[in-house]
Design a protein around this ligand. Structure first.
Ligand code: ZN
Length: 659
């Protein structure tokens, strides 16, 4: 049907006369083009605008009606309803008309309002994503639309009034108060996942927000949904945590569960579930359901594309199509290997296992865009706790992932925070209600579904080691079930098995202590160290001097220190049953900067800690990859491309997402 429509439209754009009885609206003779003055709108796809007079040249510079009518921009708005499957209709068409046939009054062009454009962009950009089409350049809200102060008009005003009328008529029917859409326990494609996250954001706009941390190799959005009583900002003393799914695209269960979790949090909050409300009011929760959407798409479609297979082998050793990203990189081997750095220096005096800078040589290797995006994310938010979800076994593993001995393939390799990690891993494993235990033969060293990563199988460049050694964040790896890709009918059961574990794990963000490290004037000290006696791993304070330190119950000696201040120490007793983190504040007194070697070292290492891609290697590499990709992808443009490309004249590459 669309094909027929497009075929009918193509002649319209090539030949005279311009009248075609199939086209909506009337055929009228072109007005004589002289001095700019208002003229009737003669573009048939714009004949329902709330005004009747326009002017050429229009806002994008078409100098006559004929120019506008034969342009790709006009062809696009004439078929956009069909292309988007009826979504955002007629907003997008009318918005386009307000640029191609702008309102004219008293010989002056009136520009449409930026706010109307922005609202439409927010609502409709994912519909364009869905057909892999870029947001049309002529709907660029900043370029072609203006603000209220500059005297704009709302081209969609009539439409809104209509919709409000309709809504008013529907008011008599009782509306379910704030009910969220039911969760569909099925597999969702990458674009459906994005769609669901955005819908959840709309339903729970007071407590959630979506944001992108970057794009995958093939340009898919790495979209995060955050839940917080104050979305978009860090609140003092409120801990932040994250959950990451689909790191391996062929282990899609975690991504789906996280998608259900986002919808569950939203729905339960709205329905007044006290536990969920308390959780969201006191925790900032970030959920990235799909870290490797390219691999996931391949795994879901079942294409045995060799580019995605894993030929190096792994600890599962089967069914690896879609495991890696589109560059055939295993993302859980692609992070900087800081564990080796720690092992090399572990005998040095005063050496600690935190905030290890990324070695410069890392940037000369192949860094996946997905890895890059997640590293930047980890560095930009003061995360306290994290979990990444895999499948292929039923086990929660914790750092280190790399064996302390180069030849020790299954060697217990604990961090200084081994007790804390065991507690965190236990929190998840014990709340998981799945009845069966490990898959296949039992693993050496596992205890009721919890195991040290290196003991399970040593890997380098893993994400959980990076979190622990580079940031304040403690991450564990949850392998959700024996079947990497369980059948759809098991998804609901898996959700039931894991729902309590997910909530309990988020609650674990509040284990241990938190507080401020302030100076004598009450001002927070950024980057102060919080040390716990017996644990060679410090936590540093965030922007305003607030910190969180996950700890097991018991007695701890805690010290706060910062260059230029005298250190302060407190003894802390943490009871076994804790509802929320114990509050421990420090006030540091100024002290002359001791030319102590240790202090100097900490200053030095903090400046190298700030180095992130210092040679711009990543950007150079990505630019090269983009060029290569354009060659490769010439044959696989979206299905609608050939119509627009066959029109003659300049090729509308602006319709392509990665142009
Ligand atoms: Zn995995």
């Amino acid at each position: 049907m669309l094909l027929v429509l497009l075929q009918m439209l193509v002649p319209l754009c090539g030949a005279a006369p311009r009248c075609d009885p199939w086209i909506r609206g009337q055929c009228k003779a072109a007005a004589a083009e002289e001095k700019p003055k208002c003229t009737d709108i003669l573009l048939s796809y714009c004949d329902d605008m709330p005004y009747t007079r326009t002017m050429f040249p229009n806002i994008v510079g078409h100098s006559t009606r004929r120019d506008a009518e034969t342009a790709v921009e006009y062809l696009l708005i004439s078929v956009v309803e069909q292309l988007l499957g009826g979504q955002c209709n007629p907003e997008i068409r009318m918005l386009g008309c307000s640029v191609l046939a702008p309102r004219c009054e008293g010989s002056k062009v009136l520009r449409p309002c930026r706010s109307a454009c922005e609202a439409a962009h927010k609502r409709c950009s994912h519909a364009f994503e869905g057909i892999q089409m870029a947001w049309p350049y002529f709907l660029d809200c900043d370029r072609f639309f203006v603000s209220d102060q500059e005297g704009c008009y709302d081209p969609l005003e009539g439409l809104k009034a209509e919709q409000e009328d309709e809504a008013a008529q529907n008011l008599e029917a009782p509306q379910p108060q704030q009910a969220a859409a039911p969760i569909q326990f099925t597999y969702h494609s990458s674009s459906q996942m994005i769609d669901i996250l955005k819908k959840t954001e709309d339903q729970c706009s007071d407590i959630s927000r979506t944001y992108s941390i970057g794009r995958s190799t093939e340009g898919r959005e790495l979209l995060v949904i955050e839940f917080s009583s104050s979305p978009g900002e860090h609140q003092l003393l409120e801990p932040e945590m994250k959950l990451v799914g689909n790191m391996h695209g062929n282990e899609p269960l975690g991504g789906q569960l996280l998608l259900y979790l986002a919808q569950y949090l939203c729905a339960e909050y709205l329905q007044g579930n006290e536990r969920i409300q308390t959780l969201i009011n006191n925790t900032r929760i970030h959920i990235l359901p799909s870290m490797n959407p390219d691999g996931y798409e391949v795994a879901v479609s079942g294409d045995a594309d060799s580019n995605y297979s894993d030929d190096e082998g792994d600890r599962y050793g089967y069914g690896n199509v879609g495991r890696n990203n589109a560059q055939n990189i295993d993302l859980n081997r692609n992070f900087p290997d800081l564990t080796t750095v720690v092992y090399r220096r572990r005998r040095q005096k005063g050496f600690r296992t935190d905030h290890i800078p990324i070695p410069d040589n890392y940037w000369f290797g192949k860094v996946a865009p997905e890895t890059y995006a997640v590293m930047k994310w980890i560095r930009s938010i003061p995360f306290v706790l994290s979990a990444s979800f895999h499948s292929g076994d039923r086990m929660v593993s914790y750092p280190y992932d790399l064996s302390k001995h180069p030849r020790g393939q299954n060697m217990f390799s604990p961090t200084p925070d081994d007790k804390v990690f065991k507690l965190l891993a236990r929190t998840y494993a014990d709340s998981n209600t799945a009845t069966s235990g490990e898959c296949g033969s039992p693993h050496d060293g596992s205890q009721k579904g919890v195991i040290n990563g290196a003991q399970w199988g040593s890997i380098s460049g893993g994400m959980q080691d990076f979190n622990y050694l580079h940031s304040n964040c403690f991450e564990v790896t949850v392998s959700l079930g024996c079947d990497k890709f369980p059948p759809e009918e098991e998804l609901f059961l898996s959700w039931q098995d894991n729902q309590e574990a997910l909530i309990a794990f988020i609650e674990a963000t509040h284990r241990g202590i938190k507080g401020f490290v302030n100076d004598e004037e009450g001002k927070g000290i950024k980057g102060a160290r919080v040390s716990v006696r017996g644990i060679r791993h410090d936590i540093t304070t965030a922007e305003n001097g607030d910190y969180w330190r996950l700890l097991t119950p018991g007695i701890h000696i805690v010290t706060a220190s910062a260059p230029g201040y005298a250190r302060a120490t407190k003894k802390v007793h943490l009871p076994t049953r804790m509802q929320s983190a114990g509050r421990v504040d420090f006030v540091l007194q100024k002290a002359p900067l001791d030319p102590d070697i240790e202090e100097e070292e900490s200053v030095l290492s903090s400046s190298s800690y700030d180095r992130f891609d210092p040679y711009n290697q990543y950007n150079q590499y990505t630019t090269m990859a983009d060029v290569n990709r354009q060659h490769e992808e010439r044959a696989e443009k979206p299905w609608w491309w050939s119509y627009f490309a066959s029109l003659g004249g300049p090729v509308p590459t602006w319709l392509l997402k990665r142009h």
